[in-house]
Design a binder for this molecule. Structure first.
Ligand code: ATP
Length: 370
């Protein structure tokens, strides 16, 4: 069991195993171009799932297909065991929170939150009870009679969320809902959002292109590239055991180094990095192992030593260092390329310069085909 899986088992044990939303062979074509191609996902009840990927990878299109605003070209969406084919957006039990919040400027907070329930013609007393509860729940009671333009960004975001939650959707869909907030507020609001989602046990699908946001907030992340699913896993698995080079490159910072595989045993492999051999855990199927591979290792998984202490290590020369507070980041030239190394203990050690030795921690290494 990898480190990721062990930690993950602790983290996601509260989530039900029941599949709530299933995407089956879902595709969307614009002309000959696939915005989303053959997407298969099983989203568990009560989980927080992020759709993550670079601009144009198909995140919003996927979310819009789930909400019913975009018709799939192929495939199906199953919610609570029911195919959504032919069901219009307002009849689906989903609710969408948009990036722009789309609050009605001429309505108070209370009226914004009440709007959907009024359309549903809920009896007045029931409507008031639900809206009062939601105002209280979202800590908005004191601003209930204000208009949106007199609210902070974080408060506006909470009103948008309250307006969706008051409809008691089965599935909450969110499209980059925090991108209008400044960096500090974003971090605060996203943890509030996560608390609310957990409290309600609400299945949530959330679109973002911000990998840090996705790692911090999700139970599961689906990474898309050019409309194709690259990996669907917990944040831990994505970070520690990326399935391909795209995922390793997109999530966090990574070094990629061409290596030669010299020996393959059941549990370990020996690979040659520049002129040194190192041992790597063998977690690969025989068909994936090639003579020439790409080794990925994160800057924090490399230890750096002064050259006098670096007998058997990979040798290099420091080109640049940046003091970043909690880490010193080095760019080390190992002959064939530069490697980024993060030293997390700057207080205990002098900042190094000149010739150094690098040790790659084996748990941080992943190998990919070229
Ligand atoms: P972003 O992070 O920039 O919002 P995204 O991952 O959400 O990107 P989508 O909006 O889903 O990406 O778009 C996926 C691809 O489909 C893009 O190349 C986009 O240009 C294309 N696309 C989306 N909607 C349409 C449309 N109505 N007509 C034609 N092409 C479209």
């Amino acid at each position: 069991m990898s480190i990721g899986t062990e930690l993950e088992e602790k983290k996601v044990k509260n989530i039900n195993d029941e599949v709530h939303v299933e995407l089956i062979g879902l595709s969307k074509k614009y002309g000959e171009y696939y915005a989303v191609k053959n997407l298969n996902l099983k989203i568990k009840k009560g989980s927080f799932t992020c759709l993550l990927g670079p601009s144009g990878c198909g995140k919003t299109t996927t979310l819009r297909m789930i909400s019913g605003f975009v018709n799939p070209t192929e495939g199906d969406i199953i919610i609570s065991g029911v195919s959504q084919r032919g069901i219009p957006p307002h009849k689906r039990n989903t609710s969408m929170v948009f990036q722009e919040y789309a609050l009605f400027p001429h309505m108070t907070v209370r009226d914004n939150i009440s709007y959907g329930l009024k359309l549903k013609k809920l009896p007045e007393a029931e409507l008031k009870k639900r809206v009062d509860y939601m105002l209280e729940f979202m800590d908005l009671t004191s601003v209930a009679d204000r208009f949106p333009k007199f609210l902070s960004g974080g408060q506006q975001q909470r009103v948008a969320l309250a307006r969706s939650l008051v409809m008691e959707p089965e599935v909450l869909l969110m499209d980059e809902p925090l991108s209008n907030l400044d960096a500090k507020l974003r971090v605060k609001v996203r943890s509030e959002l996560r608390e609310i989602q957990k409290k309600l046990g609400l299945t949530t699908i959330y679109v973002t292109h911000d990998q840090e946001e996705a790692l911090s907030i999700s139970d599961y992340i689906a990474i898309l590239d050019e409309g194709v699913l690259q990996q669907f896993d917990s944040p831990w698995e994505l970070y520690f055991s990326p399935k391909n080079k795209f995922v390793a490159d997109f999530v966090g910072l990574n070094n990629f180094i061409p290596v030669k595989v010299e020996k393959v045993e059941k549990d370990y492999m020996i690979v040659k990095v520049v002129d040194k051999t190192i041992e790597v855990e063998n977690r690969y199927s025989a068909s994936d192992i090639k003579e020439n591979m790409i080794l990925s290792i994160r800057p924090e998984s490399i230890r750096i030593y002064p050259v006098e202490e670096a007998n058997d290590l990979i040798k290099g020369k420091i080109k640049i260092h940046n003091f970043l507070g909690s880490v010193v980041r080095y760019w080390v030239d190992i002959g064939s390329q530069d490697i980024i190394v993060d030293d997390h203990d700057p207080y205990q050690k002098p900042i190094l310069s000149g010739e150094v030795g690098l040790r790659f921690e084996s748990f941080g290494i992943n190998l990919f085909g070229q």
